[in-house]
Design a protein around this ligand. Structure first.
Ligand code: 2NE
Length: 270
């Protein structure tokens, strides 16, 4: 399978195969821990994916066979956040969480090893997760001086239940891929040498489905947890669909033609 580079970055690889985009955190020396620059690049790649009409699904993964992502890079953790190249403390991985929730296309975590700390939060925030059998999952925040009280807690609890979410965060243990699958933290486990094939097969199945139906289902499943912001994104897509209707065109045309609109001509549904 030939992945074509889309754009060159420092910390990530960004490639495309057919209508699938792949974002790979490429910092294997630190088990694909992210620094502010890494998140900035992933956000840029996500913005590209959102606008690209030839991309329908996005894979998020890590380089090598040891780690998907080990969370925030502890080497650059300073006072107030992870220190960027200008010396500013940041927690911009939260912007990436929002981008993954908000992009109207499925994002699949292809978990090729450790998904620890903020790395597991990334796994959790993705729409679907497929893991290799060597993957290990867990939170470490209360052990290393951090926590994620956002999607890393609330959405994790929606996935695995309140008791299990509290166990994961309070004890900071590691879980095998089989355990993660059993508790609903991931969708499927496969041998490492099958990981990409399996993930691409899932992507291709999704790509054969109706993009608008997938988009609305993602929005609806998000809205349940995301409150007013989730409703706003769902409502935005309802408006998009309304704008596709002749009824909405009639309103605009009547305004431009300085006449009263004739909405009577359109069918009414029970
Ligand atoms: C991932 C894990 C369990 C792997 O353990 P092991 O024993 O297989 O490998 P090792 O030797 O610990 O790690 C390999 C190399 O990667 C570096 C290590 O320092 C080591 O480098 P050398 O000593 O060989 O030079 N490395 C691994 N994780 C790193 C990290 N996060 N930052 C910088 N370097 C890292 C084990 O390595 C582990 O437990 N890693 C730490 C996981 C962790 O605590 N992450 C931060 C959680 S907080 C967070 O991510 C966060 C949040 O909670 C909320 C918001 C935003 C972020």
């Amino acid at each position: 399978r030939e992945w074509k580079p889309i754009k060159k970055y420092e910390d990530i690889l960004f490639e495309q195969y057919g209508r699938i985009a792949k974002i790979t955190i490429n910092r294997p020396r630190v088990y694909n821990a992210f620094r502010p620059q890494t998140n900035k690049e992933m956000l840029d790649a996500m913005a590209y994916c959102r606008n690209a009409s030839d991309i329908g699904v996005i894979i998020l993964t890590g380089a090598g066979d040891k780690a998907f992502c080990s969370g925030g890079d502890q080497n650059v953790k300073g006072i107030g956040g992870y220190i960027d190249e200008q010396g500013v403390p940041r927690l911009n991985v939260l912007d990436l969480h929002k981008a993954i929730r908000s992009i109207p296309k499925p994002v699949i975590a292809m978990v090729n090893g450790y998904a620890i700390g903020g790395g597991n939060v990334l796994n959790v925030v993705c729409d679907l997760s497929i893991a290799s059998d060597n993957a290990r999952f867990g939170q470490t925040g209360p052990k290393v001086g951090s926590f994620d009280a956002g999607f890393g807690s609330s959405y994790l609890a929606r996935c695995v239940g309140q008791k299990k979410a509290r166990e994961i965060w309070f004890l900071c243990r590691q879980y095998t891929a089989e355990e993660a699958e059993r508790m609903g933290m991931i969708n499927k486990v496969v041998p490492l040498d099958r990981l990409e094939d399996e993930t691409v097969e899932w992507c291709e199945t999704i790509l054969s489905r109706s993009p608008m139906a997938i988009r609305m289902i993602k929005r609806a499943l998000n809205a349940e947890l995301d409150g007013q912001r989730g409703m706003m994104e769902f409502a935005g897509d309802a408006t998009l669909m309304y704008y596709l209707m002749a009824e909405a065109q009639e309103g605009k045309n009547a305004f431009l033609e300085k006449r009263d609109p004739n909405f009577e001509q359109f069918p009414k549904f029970p």
